[in-house]
Ligand binder design. Sequence first.
Ligand code: ATP
Length: 204
Amino acid sequence: MKIGIFGGTFNPIHKGHLALINRMIERLALDRLILMPAAVPPHKDAGEVLPAADRVAMCRLAVAGDARVLVSTLEIERGGKSYTVDTLHDLKGVYPDDELILLVGSDMFYTLTEWHCAGELLRMVRIAAIARESDELSHLFEQRDRLNAMGARTEVVVAEPVVVSSTEIREHPEHEGLPEAVEQYIEQNGLYGRPRRIPVDLDE
Ligand code: ATP
């Protein structure tokens, strides 16, 4: 099997993430994609990042009904800082005979060499990146060539970007970049400073 690994804080998951998921599955012919919400240590940005349970719940709602996508709590259960290199070692233990492909948006692609154990990480797996802005393809190709010259196996999946970030959504929770089920979850639980809205069942 070809398995895509897509990690992030997902605070919250949005339509840009979903676009990446769908495009990567199609273009790389993935059999499965593992969505991996990161653990966020309590001391780090504690005020801004929602508890893991909420981030996982929103991920599950966003991909509900898509049998190709699995939401994993591996990093959350492992706790501490979520280093991708550790996650890949764990996953290689679970999927020894499958090909793992790390999936990233462009901002992460540019910083890969600064990640924990970057050299090992770059040798370990194929890495596929996608643009987040419409004018950055040439930068992505340059970064691909730079990384591959170092012995990495990276590629760029060319697709029209869906420009949205979790930061924008946290600042403007009415943002149209939210999948509907996630927006409802945010409303019902009064997250990101939204007033809590209890659903009323008129039939009762
Ligand atoms: P924040 O604004 O809080 O930094 P974010 O929107 O960048 O959040 P993350 O959860 O940090 O989202 O990102 C997880 C992964 O998703 C990263 O690889 C990131 O590059 C990618 N990603 C995020 N938004 C998009 C998007 N609009 N299009 C493609 N990839 C994206």
